[in-house]
Write a protein of this length. Structure first.
Length: 344
Protein backbone atom coordinates (compact mmCIF):
# COMPACT_ATOMS: atom_id res chain seq x y z
CA UNK A 1 0.00 0.00 0.00
CA UNK A 2 1.46 3.32 -1.07
CA UNK A 3 2.16 6.13 1.39
CA UNK A 4 -0.62 8.30 -0.10
CA UNK A 5 -3.16 5.48 0.14
CA UNK A 6 -2.16 4.69 3.72
CA UNK A 7 -2.61 8.35 4.68
CA UNK A 8 -6.00 8.45 3.00
CA UNK A 9 -7.13 5.30 4.82
CA UNK A 10 -5.87 6.74 8.10
CA UNK A 11 -7.86 9.90 7.58
CA UNK A 12 -11.01 7.89 6.80
CA UNK A 13 -10.57 5.75 9.92
CA UNK A 14 -9.99 8.85 12.02
CA UNK A 15 -13.12 10.50 10.70
CA UNK A 16 -15.11 7.33 11.36
CA UNK A 17 -13.82 7.04 14.93
CA UNK A 18 -14.59 10.69 15.62
CA UNK A 19 -18.08 10.35 14.19
CA UNK A 20 -18.69 7.23 16.28
CA UNK A 21 -17.54 9.04 19.41
CA UNK A 22 -19.72 12.06 18.68
CA UNK A 23 -22.71 9.83 17.96
CA UNK A 24 -22.21 7.84 21.16
CA UNK A 25 -21.78 10.98 23.22
CA UNK A 26 -24.88 12.60 21.78
CA UNK A 27 -26.91 9.44 22.48
CA UNK A 28 -25.84 8.89 26.08
CA UNK A 29 -28.86 8.87 28.42
CA UNK A 30 -29.66 12.35 29.68
CA UNK A 31 -29.70 11.15 33.28
CA UNK A 32 -26.24 9.54 33.22
CA UNK A 33 -24.15 11.08 36.00
CA UNK A 34 -27.01 13.38 37.05
CA UNK A 35 -28.55 13.98 40.48
CA UNK A 36 -32.34 14.20 40.72
CA UNK A 37 -33.72 16.15 43.66
CA UNK A 38 -36.93 14.77 45.14
CA UNK A 39 -38.58 17.65 47.04
CA UNK A 40 -40.85 16.26 49.76
CA UNK A 41 -43.27 18.77 51.27
CA UNK A 42 -43.27 17.23 54.73
CA UNK A 43 -40.86 16.60 57.58
CA UNK A 44 -38.59 13.54 57.93
CA UNK A 45 -40.12 10.48 59.55
CA UNK A 46 -43.67 10.94 58.28
CA UNK A 47 -45.52 8.92 55.68
CA UNK A 48 -44.65 11.11 52.67
CA UNK A 49 -40.98 11.07 53.64
CA UNK A 50 -40.90 7.32 54.28
CA UNK A 51 -42.48 6.52 50.93
CA UNK A 52 -40.20 8.93 49.06
CA UNK A 53 -36.98 7.64 50.59
CA UNK A 54 -38.00 4.09 49.69
CA UNK A 55 -38.79 5.21 46.13
CA UNK A 56 -35.45 7.05 45.87
CA UNK A 57 -33.54 3.87 46.68
CA UNK A 58 -35.10 1.86 43.86
CA UNK A 59 -36.28 4.15 41.05
CA UNK A 60 -32.78 5.12 39.76
CA UNK A 61 -32.12 1.65 38.35
CA UNK A 62 -35.19 2.02 36.12
CA UNK A 63 -34.02 5.35 34.68
CA UNK A 64 -31.60 5.06 31.72
CA UNK A 65 -28.30 6.42 33.00
CA UNK A 66 -29.00 5.42 36.62
CA UNK A 67 -28.91 8.87 38.26
CA UNK A 68 -28.78 9.43 42.00
CA UNK A 69 -32.02 10.55 43.65
CA UNK A 70 -31.73 12.59 46.84
CA UNK A 71 -34.60 13.61 49.11
CA UNK A 72 -34.92 17.25 50.11
CA UNK A 73 -37.55 17.96 52.80
CA UNK A 74 -39.16 21.36 52.14
CA UNK A 75 -41.73 21.67 54.90
CA UNK A 76 -44.45 24.20 55.52
CA UNK A 77 -48.16 24.87 54.99
CA UNK A 78 -49.02 21.22 54.45
CA UNK A 79 -46.63 20.97 51.45
CA UNK A 80 -47.92 24.17 49.84
CA UNK A 81 -44.43 25.69 50.02
CA UNK A 82 -43.03 22.70 48.14
CA UNK A 83 -45.80 22.78 45.51
CA UNK A 84 -45.35 26.52 44.91
CA UNK A 85 -41.57 25.99 44.68
CA UNK A 86 -42.02 23.26 42.09
CA UNK A 87 -44.20 25.54 39.99
CA UNK A 88 -42.38 28.86 40.35
CA UNK A 89 -38.74 28.15 41.20
CA UNK A 90 -37.63 24.67 40.14
CA UNK A 91 -36.10 24.42 36.67
CA UNK A 92 -38.18 22.42 34.17
CA UNK A 93 -35.25 20.19 33.27
CA UNK A 94 -36.42 16.87 34.66
CA UNK A 95 -33.98 17.02 37.58
CA UNK A 96 -36.49 18.15 40.20
CA UNK A 97 -39.47 16.02 41.19
CA UNK A 98 -41.99 17.29 43.72
CA UNK A 99 -43.98 15.24 46.22
CA UNK A 100 -46.88 17.16 47.71
CA UNK A 101 -50.41 16.60 48.98
CA UNK A 102 -53.05 16.27 46.28
CA UNK A 103 -55.57 18.09 48.48
CA UNK A 104 -53.87 21.31 47.42
CA UNK A 105 -55.41 20.87 43.98
CA UNK A 106 -58.89 21.05 45.49
CA UNK A 107 -57.70 24.23 47.21
CA UNK A 108 -57.09 25.75 43.80
CA UNK A 109 -60.56 24.66 42.64
CA UNK A 110 -62.02 26.31 45.76
CA UNK A 111 -59.95 29.45 45.09
CA UNK A 112 -58.33 29.37 48.51
CA UNK A 113 -55.44 31.74 49.27
CA UNK A 114 -51.77 30.79 49.03
CA UNK A 115 -52.02 28.82 45.79
CA UNK A 116 -49.36 30.08 43.39
CA UNK A 117 -49.64 27.28 40.86
CA UNK A 118 -52.03 26.00 38.22
CA UNK A 119 -52.39 22.27 38.91
CA UNK A 120 -53.42 21.64 35.31
CA UNK A 121 -49.94 22.64 34.11
CA UNK A 122 -47.84 20.27 36.22
CA UNK A 123 -46.62 17.10 34.53
CA UNK A 124 -47.56 14.23 36.85
CA UNK A 125 -45.30 11.21 37.32
CA UNK A 126 -47.79 9.23 39.37
CA UNK A 127 -49.17 8.46 42.83
CA UNK A 128 -47.42 5.80 44.90
CA UNK A 129 -50.44 4.74 46.94
CA UNK A 130 -54.07 5.69 47.08
CA UNK A 131 -55.05 7.23 50.38
CA UNK A 132 -57.17 5.32 52.89
CA UNK A 133 -58.05 7.89 55.58
CA UNK A 134 -58.82 6.70 59.09
CA UNK A 135 -59.23 8.46 62.44
CA UNK A 136 -57.23 7.31 65.46
CA UNK A 137 -57.08 8.40 69.10
CA UNK A 138 -54.74 7.77 71.98
CA UNK A 139 -55.88 5.70 74.93
CA UNK A 140 -55.29 8.78 77.11
CA UNK A 141 -58.02 10.64 75.23
CA UNK A 142 -60.65 8.16 76.38
CA UNK A 143 -61.91 7.74 72.80
CA UNK A 144 -61.43 4.09 71.93
CA UNK A 145 -64.56 3.51 69.80
CA UNK A 146 -66.75 5.56 67.46
CA UNK A 147 -69.56 5.49 70.04
CA UNK A 148 -67.34 7.06 72.67
CA UNK A 149 -66.37 9.76 70.16
CA UNK A 150 -69.95 10.50 69.18
CA UNK A 151 -71.06 10.72 72.80
CA UNK A 152 -68.13 12.83 73.96
CA UNK A 153 -69.22 16.05 75.67
CA UNK A 154 -65.96 17.79 74.71
CA UNK A 155 -64.64 18.44 71.21
CA UNK A 156 -61.76 16.08 70.47
CA UNK A 157 -58.54 17.88 69.55
CA UNK A 158 -57.25 16.55 66.23
CA UNK A 159 -53.83 17.47 64.86
CA UNK A 160 -53.60 19.06 61.42
CA UNK A 161 -50.90 20.31 59.07
CA UNK A 162 -52.70 23.08 57.21
CA UNK A 163 -55.92 23.82 55.31
CA UNK A 164 -55.94 21.80 52.11
CA UNK A 165 -54.25 18.84 53.75
CA UNK A 166 -56.28 15.74 54.59
CA UNK A 167 -55.42 16.10 58.28
CA UNK A 168 -57.36 19.38 58.35
CA UNK A 169 -60.00 18.96 55.65
CA UNK A 170 -61.21 15.42 56.33
CA UNK A 171 -62.11 16.10 59.99
CA UNK A 172 -63.93 19.29 58.96
CA UNK A 173 -65.98 17.37 56.41
CA UNK A 174 -66.72 14.61 58.95
CA UNK A 175 -67.82 17.20 61.48
CA UNK A 176 -70.17 18.86 58.98
CA UNK A 177 -71.58 15.62 57.59
CA UNK A 178 -71.85 13.55 60.77
CA UNK A 179 -71.83 16.08 63.59
CA UNK A 180 -68.75 14.58 65.24
CA UNK A 181 -67.46 16.66 68.16
CA UNK A 182 -63.99 17.78 67.15
CA UNK A 183 -61.64 20.72 66.80
CA UNK A 184 -58.70 20.81 64.40
CA UNK A 185 -55.46 22.13 65.85
CA UNK A 186 -53.50 23.03 62.74
CA UNK A 187 -49.92 24.05 62.02
CA UNK A 188 -47.89 20.88 62.60
CA UNK A 189 -45.06 20.26 60.11
CA UNK A 190 -45.73 16.58 59.54
CA UNK A 191 -47.64 13.57 60.80
CA UNK A 192 -44.60 12.56 62.85
CA UNK A 193 -45.03 15.80 64.81
CA UNK A 194 -48.75 15.08 65.24
CA UNK A 195 -47.96 11.61 66.62
CA UNK A 196 -45.54 13.03 69.16
CA UNK A 197 -48.04 15.69 70.21
CA UNK A 198 -50.78 13.10 70.66
CA UNK A 199 -48.55 10.75 72.63
CA UNK A 200 -47.56 13.69 74.85
CA UNK A 201 -51.20 14.56 75.58
CA UNK A 202 -51.23 17.78 73.57
CA UNK A 203 -53.73 16.24 71.12
CA UNK A 204 -56.36 13.51 71.33
CA UNK A 205 -55.71 12.05 67.91
CA UNK A 206 -55.81 12.72 64.17
CA UNK A 207 -57.19 11.57 60.83
CA UNK A 208 -54.88 10.64 57.97
CA UNK A 209 -54.09 7.80 55.58
CA UNK A 210 -53.80 4.27 56.95
CA UNK A 211 -50.94 3.55 54.52
CA UNK A 212 -48.95 6.16 56.39
CA UNK A 213 -50.34 5.64 59.89
CA UNK A 214 -49.86 1.87 59.89
CA UNK A 215 -46.05 1.83 59.53
CA UNK A 216 -45.36 4.96 61.57
CA UNK A 217 -47.75 4.41 64.52
CA UNK A 218 -47.73 0.62 64.44
CA UNK A 219 -46.09 -0.04 67.81
CA UNK A 220 -48.52 2.20 69.69
CA UNK A 221 -51.51 0.63 67.91
CA UNK A 222 -50.31 -2.90 68.64
CA UNK A 223 -49.62 -1.99 72.26
CA UNK A 224 -53.16 -0.70 72.73
CA UNK A 225 -52.05 2.88 73.27
CA UNK A 226 -53.69 4.12 70.05
CA UNK A 227 -57.08 3.07 68.64
CA UNK A 228 -58.40 3.40 65.08
CA UNK A 229 -62.10 4.20 65.52
CA UNK A 230 -63.36 5.27 62.07
CA UNK A 231 -62.58 4.52 58.40
CA UNK A 232 -63.26 7.42 56.00
CA UNK A 233 -62.96 5.04 53.05
CA UNK A 234 -65.47 3.78 50.45
CA UNK A 235 -65.09 0.21 51.73
CA UNK A 236 -63.58 -1.63 54.70
CA UNK A 237 -59.81 -2.00 54.68
CA UNK A 238 -58.73 -5.65 54.74
CA UNK A 239 -56.13 -5.25 57.49
CA UNK A 240 -58.39 -3.44 59.97
CA UNK A 241 -60.99 -5.16 62.17
CA UNK A 242 -64.41 -5.26 60.46
CA UNK A 243 -66.07 -3.68 63.49
CA UNK A 244 -64.36 -0.33 62.77
CA UNK A 245 -67.16 1.44 60.87
CA UNK A 246 -67.20 3.42 57.63
CA UNK A 247 -67.92 7.13 57.97
CA UNK A 248 -70.29 7.18 55.00
CA UNK A 249 -72.54 4.60 56.70
CA UNK A 250 -73.47 7.25 59.27
CA UNK A 251 -74.61 9.77 56.62
CA UNK A 252 -78.36 10.39 56.86
CA UNK A 253 -78.92 12.57 53.79
CA UNK A 254 -77.75 12.64 50.19
CA UNK A 255 -75.92 15.91 50.84
CA UNK A 256 -73.98 14.32 53.69
CA UNK A 257 -73.07 11.39 51.46
CA UNK A 258 -71.92 13.71 48.66
CA UNK A 259 -69.75 15.70 51.06
CA UNK A 260 -67.96 12.55 52.19
CA UNK A 261 -67.75 11.07 48.71
CA UNK A 262 -66.58 14.19 46.87
CA UNK A 263 -64.60 15.79 49.69
CA UNK A 264 -62.85 12.67 51.00
CA UNK A 265 -63.25 9.57 48.82
CA UNK A 266 -62.56 11.30 45.50
CA UNK A 267 -59.38 12.86 46.87
CA UNK A 268 -57.92 9.52 47.88
CA UNK A 269 -56.37 8.81 44.47
CA UNK A 270 -54.36 12.03 44.53
CA UNK A 271 -52.84 12.30 47.99
CA UNK A 272 -49.23 11.20 47.41
CA UNK A 273 -48.54 13.05 44.19
CA UNK A 274 -45.26 13.08 42.31
CA UNK A 275 -44.84 15.66 39.56
CA UNK A 276 -42.40 17.88 37.73
CA UNK A 277 -42.59 21.57 36.77
CA UNK A 278 -44.61 22.78 33.79
CA UNK A 279 -42.71 22.82 30.48
CA UNK A 280 -40.43 19.93 31.44
CA UNK A 281 -39.39 18.28 28.14
CA UNK A 282 -41.88 15.55 27.29
CA UNK A 283 -39.21 12.94 26.64
CA UNK A 284 -37.91 13.35 30.20
CA UNK A 285 -41.45 13.25 31.59
CA UNK A 286 -41.98 9.98 29.73
CA UNK A 287 -38.73 8.53 31.06
CA UNK A 288 -39.70 9.36 34.64
CA UNK A 289 -43.25 8.05 34.21
CA UNK A 290 -41.99 4.76 32.79
CA UNK A 291 -39.38 4.42 35.53
CA UNK A 292 -42.01 5.13 38.19
CA UNK A 293 -44.35 2.48 36.78
CA UNK A 294 -41.53 -0.06 36.57
CA UNK A 295 -40.51 0.69 40.15
CA UNK A 296 -44.06 0.01 41.33
CA UNK A 297 -43.62 -3.56 40.00
CA UNK A 298 -40.00 -4.01 41.12
CA UNK A 299 -39.79 -7.05 43.46
CA UNK A 300 -37.03 -5.45 45.55
CA UNK A 301 -39.01 -2.23 45.97
CA UNK A 302 -42.17 -4.15 46.85
CA UNK A 303 -40.28 -6.31 49.35
CA UNK A 304 -38.86 -3.26 51.14
CA UNK A 305 -42.27 -1.55 51.10
CA UNK A 306 -43.89 -4.68 52.56
CA UNK A 307 -41.25 -4.94 55.27
CA UNK A 308 -41.88 -1.31 56.21
CA UNK A 309 -45.67 -1.93 56.00
CA UNK A 310 -46.03 0.65 53.24
CA UNK A 311 -49.06 -0.08 51.10
CA UNK A 312 -48.40 0.25 47.37
CA UNK A 313 -51.48 1.02 45.27
CA UNK A 314 -50.22 3.22 42.42
CA UNK A 315 -51.95 5.56 40.00
CA UNK A 316 -50.20 6.30 36.69
CA UNK A 317 -49.15 9.78 35.66
CA UNK A 318 -51.60 9.81 32.76
CA UNK A 319 -54.46 8.80 35.05
CA UNK A 320 -53.50 11.48 37.57
CA UNK A 321 -53.58 14.04 34.78
CA UNK A 322 -57.12 12.92 33.93
CA UNK A 323 -58.34 13.02 37.56
CA UNK A 324 -56.90 16.50 38.08
CA UNK A 325 -58.73 17.75 35.00
CA UNK A 326 -61.97 16.31 36.35
CA UNK A 327 -61.69 18.28 39.59
CA UNK A 328 -62.02 21.47 37.60
CA UNK A 329 -65.36 20.18 36.25
CA UNK A 330 -67.15 19.90 39.65
CA UNK A 331 -70.60 21.50 39.83
CA UNK A 332 -70.65 25.12 41.07
CA UNK A 333 -73.07 24.15 43.86
CA UNK A 334 -70.76 21.51 45.32
CA UNK A 335 -67.75 23.77 44.93
CA UNK A 336 -69.55 26.53 46.85
CA UNK A 337 -70.53 24.11 49.64
CA UNK A 338 -67.01 22.76 50.01
CA UNK A 339 -65.54 26.27 49.83
CA UNK A 340 -67.75 27.44 52.68
CA UNK A 341 -67.04 24.34 54.77
CA UNK A 342 -63.28 24.23 54.33
CA UNK A 343 -62.77 27.95 54.83
CA UNK A 344 -63.82 27.73 58.48
Amino acid sequence: MGKTLRSFVGVIIGIAMTATHVYASSHEPFYKGKVVKLVVGFSPGGGFDTYSRTLARHMPKHIPGNPTIIVDNMTGAGSLIAANHLYKVAKPDGLTVGNFAGGLILNQVLEKPGIEFDARKFEYIGVIAKNDPVCAFTKKSGITTINKWMSSSAAAKLGGLSPGNETDDNPKILKAALGLPLRVVSGYKGTSDIRLAAEGGELDGACWGWNSMRPTWQKSIEAGDVFVVLQATPKHLPDLPPNIPLAIDFAKTEEERQLIQMGIHNQSDLLRLYGVPPATPQDRVNVLRKAFEETMKDPEFLAEAKKAKLGVDPVSGNEVQRIVGGLFQLSPGLVAKLRDLLSK
